[in-house]
Design a protein. Structure first.
Length: 177
């Protein structure tokens, strides 16, 4: 995420999901949805201290290795995006800058900084919820995660709980206006 401006606007949702995917009673919840739901819980924590609600979870072998949320305002740190905070915690837990055998879940498409860090950390797999048409670097504005010229390209999926993530962002910005 970036954002001096709302990454999503009320009249123009960037999400492609047709409806909230949390229709859990209709079908089993997938692993992607389970971890993304935890990332959304993190995103809500960010909003509690006035940070744009973006959350991230790093899962390894089916378990949560790290969970974090945007703390840019809280720490007065322009680099304290959810993905970077989570990557630091995961690398610390693994004792290695290579965050291997992991999937990084994030509620908003990573920005250029976070996508760059994901490539540097050799994260094998990334799943994001809502797209960010203003700053996304997983295909929306740039495609850092998919650039064949770089030495590492994670698998990327998008969409799980996208509508919920976009709604959380819209509500946050609506409340601040
Ligand atoms: Zn970022």
């Amino acid at each position: 995420m970036t954002a001096d401006e709302p990454p999503v606007t009320a009249d123009e949702p960037p999400v492609t999901a047709d409806e909230p995917s949390a229709t859990a009673d209709a079908r089993p919840v997938t692993a992607d949805e389970r971890f993304m739901a935890l990332a959304l819980d993190q995103a809500r924590l960010a909003a509690e201290h006035g940070d744009i609600p973006v959350g991230a979870v790093i899962a390894r072998h089916g378990e949560v290795l790290a969970a974090a949320h945007n703390e840019r305002e809280l720490r007065s740190d322009p680099t304290a995006h959810a993905e970077l905070v989570a990557l630091r915690a995961a690398a610390s837990a693994l004792g290695s800058w290579r965050v291997l055998e992991c999937t990084l879940y994030v509620t908003l498409e990573p920005c250029a900084m976070c996508a760059g860090a994901i490539v540097l950390a050799r994260v094998p797999e990334v799943v994001f919820a809502a797209a960010d048409p203003k700053a996304g670097a997983a295909g929306s504005v740039l495609d850092v995660l998919g650039d064949a010229r770089l030495n590492h390209r994670p698998l990327v999926r998008s969409g799980p709980l996208a509508a919920e993530s976009a709604r959380l962002l819209r509500e946050f910005f609506a409340a601040r206006r």
